[in-house]
Write a protein that binds this ligand. Structure first.
Ligand code: 13P
Length: 249
């Protein structure tokens, strides 16, 4: 199983020329490692077509769940597929928080991504308040099970669906989740998947960690907390730092 390193650029950078510059620099830096590691960049949707001819894989940061129609401002899974996306991030906490995405919407999006033969990256994570109240396990279980409601074992297998643990309190704060805590959550997520589907499914699934990952802490999440990949925000916009992360894990 290749370690999956996903760059989530969020709503950055501000120009296509800058997007190309960062993309090319990462592509150059990542070239040496593409046998053991899988690198995916998720730029803003408007840049996808301009970056599609490159070597590195592309992903969408979000999608709507219908393929076409009167849905002003949305981007469909069919369009992401057309722009050469192989992955789509679904249910990121910024989507859930700022754009009121519910578990039901996340579930529809997961299914629509699978229907287009792309790989969903399902994001789950608790707020700091939920963590303080000891509700982390309950929240994650609800998010995972609701997102995968009526998604068959076959679809999970075929799509290569990944689950990303992104504690909201760790995103963009410089305060990454302590490794032991992350490891406990990784085991919990594996158990949830194993109980819903089967042990082989959970063993073959890639679980990612995201939240203030940098070149200093990246290795811990793979080697100690036993995640199979990383979902990286801020550090993925800095080619040298991002390449360092790819090299170290
Ligand atoms: P940061 O790496 O900036 O904390 O963002 C994490 C994230 O939200 C990736 O999806």
């Amino acid at each position: 199983m290749k370690t999956l390193i996903i760059a989530n650029w969020k709503m950055n950078p501000i120009s296509l020329s800058e997007a190309k510059r960062i993309f090319n620099a990462i592509e150059k830096g990542a070239k040496k490692f593409n046998k053991e590691k899988e690198v995916v960049i998720c730029p803003p949707a408007i840049y996808l077509f301009s970056l599609a001819k490159k070597q590195i894989k592309l992903g969408g940061q979000n999608t709507f769940y219908e393929d076409t129609g009167a849905f002003t401002g949305e981007t469909s899974p069919a369009m992401l597929k057309e722009s050469k996306c192989q992955y789509v991030i679904v249910g990121h906490s910024e989507r859930r928080g700022y754009f009121n995405e519910t578990d039901e919407i996340v579930n529809k999006k997961i299914k629509s991504v699978i229907a287009k033969k792309m790989t969903p990256i399902l994001c789950v994570g608790e707020t700091s308040k939920e963590r303080e109240q000891g509700k982390t396990k309950e929240v994650l279980k609800r998010q995972v099970l609701a997102a995968l409601k009526t998604v068959s074992v076959q679809k999970v297998k075929e799509s290569g669906l990944c689950v990303a643990y992104e504690p909201i309190w760790a995103i963009g704060t410089g305060n990454a989740c302590p490794t032991t805590e992350a490891q406990t959550i990784g085991i919990l997520l594996q158990k949830i998947i194993s109980q819903k589907y089967s042990r082989p499914i959970s063993e073959n699934m890639r679980f990612l960690y995201g939240g203030s990952v940098n070149s200093k802490n990246a290795k811990e999440f793979i080697e100690e907390a036993k995640f199979q990949g990383l979902l990286i925000g801020g550090a993925s916009l800095k080619p040298t730092e991002f390449t360092r992360i790819i090299r170290t894990v």
